[in-house]
Design a binder for this molecule. Structure first.
Ligand SMILES: CC(C)(COP(=O)(O)OP(=O)(O)OC[C@H]1O[C@@H](n2cnc3c(N)ncnc32)[C@H](O)[C@@H]1OP(=O)(O)O)[C@@H](O)C(=O)NCCC(=O)NCCS
Length: 431
């Protein structure tokens, strides 16, 4: 790789289909080391390899010279990326560079390796005409400098499913049913329901291939073994027998901090409000379970409003989920929906330069026309703030009140009317 250099290191881009097996295994082990996992096994490696091939991953790494102590098949830094559609609202999905497996060994941290690998990856995406990049993160302070902003959120909930769990009389009733299924048999249905959810849900990401072995219980990535777990699936059928929701859950021998028996939702998708509440009724009906936990509940959760005792839902915290990065303001802003006619001159400051400049954003009938302009911007923001705003997960006025959007009050009001108004984005696919 000619554009990357670092003293004492060799950069390589591995071919997932046909790459050197030793280096691929080393790369895989390096990511496991970086995320404090145990050493891998052959089944896990094959499950990972299927993902790298199916999703056509770019696998970048930096290797040091081999020595007597270390054969150096494991790189000191890893970085993967691939392109997949993200639903940006209004029924449109745009190709997005998804970034993952970012690790740097303790021997090489803070020497600029992440910066180099990120810079080259985003520049390649721009050269390929990809308008957006996205990632899910483990630390919040790293990625803003590269133009990423927190674009979607989820809520961690723990629901009391003892006698406190009772719907209000006016809660939507369901005339469908739930079938308990084995994960492998249910997989096709689960994937189909997720596909519809993906098409309908602003902020949703097309799933990488490893969701198949994970949700079909072919491989347990957490336990690093063939899945012997207690993972089960409940599939919701509407009154005509058509599947329109599912929950994948585990009833491990887990207890919460108060010693109460827990079931954990791994993945829950409902295409209708009645399927959503019915799946919660199903979870509440699991015997020998007192609490159900879910780490990816929607920020505005109908369950809370449908229960006679809403305090049965304990919300632990609001978590950031998908971080977005606009690479091409024309394609990205023209691709998303808009909610009022208007026009502003938007100044974007991008530390990496990709979105920098002033852009005339003119909205008519829900669509924007975006062109570069020489006029002085009347609204200005940095690339990470644009990333946060892009899917509508936070509104313009809130960001202006935090100081992250500046401009004339009239122009900010116009921008708010144009940009705000759609459904909150929701993403339940980490990667
Ligand atoms: C996070 C990690 C990838 C950083 O790699 P690195 O090569 O040391 O980072 P760089 O030297 O390229 O630093 C790039 C910039 O990020 C900053 N930065 C790096 N890690 C940071 C952290 N944990 N918190 C805050 N800032 C951080 C650096 O200060 C630097 O800032 P500057 O360029 O504005 O001066 C590395 O520490 C790591 O592997 N951590 C464990 C795995 C992990 O958390 N991965 C992220 C998953 S989302």
């Amino acid at each position: 790789m000619h554009r990357l250099d670092h003293p004492g290191l060799v950069f390589r881009s591995l071919d997932p289909s046909d790459g050197d097996e030793t280096l691929l295994k080393g790369w895989y082990e390096a990511t496991r080391r970086g995320f404090h996992q145990t050493r891998g096994n052959d089944d896990g490696f094959e499950a990972w390899r299927a993902h790298t091939r199916n999703d056509a991953l770019t696998l970048l790494g930096a290797w040091s010279e081999p020595s007597e102590l270390a054969s150096a098949t494991m790189p000191v830094s890893t970085f993967s990326s691939w392109t997949a559609p993200v639903n940006v609202g209004g029924g449109t999905s745009l190709p997005t560079r998804l970034i993952s497996d970012v690790t740097v060994a303790p021997t090489h941290r803070r020497q600029g390796l992440l910066r180099k690998l990120m810079t080259v990856t985003l520049a390649d995406a721009v050269a390929e005409g990809i308008p957006l990049a996205a990632l899910t993160v483990s630390e919040g302070s790293i990625y803003g400098r590269f133009g990423f902003g927190t674009a979607t959120h989820v809520r961690q909930v723990e629901v009391d499913v003892t006698s406190k769990f009772r719907f209000r009389e006016d809660a939507i009733t369901d005339d469908g049913s739930v079938v308990l299924a084995e994960p492998a048999e249910a997989w096709k249905t689960v994937a189909g329901i997720y596909g519809t959810f993906q098409d309908r849900t602003r902020g949703s990401v097309t799933r990488p291939h490893y969701y198949e072995p994970w949700l079909s219980s072919a491989y347990d990535f957490a336990g690093d073994s063939k899945d012997e777990s207690k993972q089960r699936v409940g599939v919701h059928l509407d009154s005509g027998g058509t599947p329109d929701g599912y929950v994948v859950y585990r009833t491990a021998d887990e207890r919460n901090d108060s010693g109460l028996r827990m079931a954990k939702v791994v993945d829950l998708v409902a295409l209708t409000p009645s399927a959503y509440l019915r799946l919660w009724r199903f979870l509440a009906d699991i015997d020998l379970v007192e609490r159900v936990g879910w780490a990816k509940a929607p920020v505005q959760d109908p369950l809370y409003w449908a229960l006679a005792e809403p305090f049965a839902v304990k919300s632990a915290e609001l978590d950031d989920f998908l971080w977005m990065r606009v690479l091409d303001p024309v394609k990205a802003l023209q691709g998303r929906p808009w909610y009022a006619d208007g026009e502003i001159a938007l100044g974007i400051e991008d530390p990496l330069g990709h979105a920098s400049g002033t852009w005339r954003v003119a909205v008519r009938d829900g669509r924007a026309e975006v062109i570069p302009t020489d006029t002085i911007p009347n609204v200005a923001l940095a690339a990470d703030t644009l990333g946060a705003l892009y899917l509508g997960g936070v509104d313009v006025r809130t960001l202006a009140a935090s100081g992250r959007i500046t401009g004339s009050p009239e122009a900010i009001e116009t921008w708010a009317a144009m940009a705000d108004g759609g459904p909150l984005p929701y993403c339940i696919t980490g990667f």
